[in-house]
Design a binder for this molecule. Structure first.
Ligand SMILES: *Cc1c(COP(=O)(O)O)cnc(C)c1O
Length: 378
């Protein structure tokens, strides 16, 4: 009998109301009952996406929406630009390559954010680029990108801007319409406080013009089919009914809180986490471009990073994330997104301190927690 605490960048903890919503008996989807839910959730998503454009709900993990973006915008032999500064930026490149799309890559040092000028330069050099694929929060490094500035650059070209906001949407600002983002993709299990299983995608007018021409093979993720269905308040296939019902609940909570307050809360959680890490003498992996979504921290010398994460989880029931790919064992990541409050952060830091102390890291016990408390007291 042990409590489990989730401080990972997806899945994130579920509010009790969301859990309860999922426990309801199933209903049929081709009914006025479900149509009302679909209508409400679609409207709620527009609020969270900060858009007036169509937003579609897909039954897949977030990557499904990434694939949907690629296959609906592009054809084989088209050229795309991807920004790679971590594992998820690389995923854009891999999906494009899977569909025979020529991919120009901007490689960014992991831990840093892309310079929008580099995107501008690439677009000028190669007018064939039809789509730019970027990431709002690169979850593998904790870095947040300046999507607003990238939007200004891409807007003046024929290319569309596609943003992976799978971690970040509903946690930090992403003004889809105001920032001229043509497609935003998201998943359910991060900032939106839901279990995994739903993906979302918004489509601007500029993006629709490309969708109509794109010839990549697609069936399940065909957005034209999704649009004809949604125009009738329907879905082309069986939706993940229980998850959509849970989504309704989560969106209602977000509307009640208000996006501004949600963003402020995430910033506070992140500030407290960063401040605690620095007080413990630990180094942030992305000191200048760190997001308010997830904080990546360098594992100090002489400490086994994988063992640290494993001990916190298996001995104390506090799950944080380790490093991925080339960062395996080198960083640990504390997520502070979604249904996370001060007490979760304090608990996570306290557990981290305990395990670090047990592993022989030298610091004054309690300094991390105290630093976080200072931020919360402000
Ligand atoms: C979690 C995540 C993904 C992958 O989403 P899945 O739901 O696992 O397919 C992609 N991009 C980013 C930035 C993420 O954080």
């Amino acid at each position: 009998m042990r409590k489990n605490y989730l401080l990972t960048p997806g899945p994130t903890p579920l509010p009790p109301k969301v859990c309860q919503a999922m426990a309801q008996p199933i209903i049929h989807h081709r009914t006025p009952q479900f149509q009302a839910i679909l209508k409400e959730t679609t409207e709620g998503l527009k609020y969270v996406f900060c858009t007036k454009c169509d937003v579609f709900i897909l039954a897949s993990s977030g990557t499904g929406a990434m694939e949907a973006a690629v296959v609906n915008l592009l054809s084989m032999q088209d050229t795309a630009l991807t920004v790679q500064g971590g594992k998820f930026g690389e995923r854009w490149t891999q999906i494009c390559k899977s569909y025979g799309i020529n991919t120009e890559i901007i490689d960014v040092v992991w831990g840093q954010a892309v310079n929008p000028k580099d995107i501008e330069k690439k677009l000028k050099e190669n007018p064939k680029i039809k789509a730019v694929f970027a990431t709002l929060c690169e979850t593998s490094t904790g870095v947040v990108c300046d999507i607003e500035a990238i939007g200004r650059v891409v807007k003046n070209s024929d290319a569309v801007l596609v943003v992976d906001a799978i971690s970040g949407l509903g946690a930090i600002p992403l003004l889809t319409d105001d920032w001229s983002v043509d497609m935003v993709v998201c998943g359910s299990q991060k900032g939106l406080m839901l279990p995994p299983g739903l993906a979302f995608i918004s489509v601007s007018a500029k993006a629709w013009s490309k969708v109509k021409e794109a010839k990549s093979p697609r069936y399940y993720f065909d957005l034209i089919a999704a649009k004809s269905a949604l125009d009738q308040t329907d879905t082309p296939f069986t939706p993940a009914i229980s998850l959509v019902i849970a989504l309704k609940e989560a969106l209602k909570m977000m509307k009640q809180d208000g996006l501004e307050n949600i963003f402020a809360r995430h910033k506070k959680m992140a500030d407290a986490t960063r401040s605690a890490m620095q007080a413990l003498g630990l180094e942030l992996f992305a000191p200048t471009a760190g997001s308010d979504v997830v904080t990546a921290v360098k594992v100090p010398q002489g400490i086994d990073g994988e063992k640290l994460v494993k001990t916190m989880r298996d001995v104390y029931g506090v799950t944080i994330a380790g490093g991925q790919s080339e960062l395996k064992g080198k960083v640990f990541r504390i997520a502070h997104m979604g249904y996370i409050e001060e007490s979760d952060i304090i608990l996570g830091i306290a557990c981290l301190e305990k395990v670090l102390a047990q592993m022989g890291y030298k610091f004054n016990l309690g300094t991390g927690v105290a630093a976080a408390e200072e931020v919360f007291l402000k």
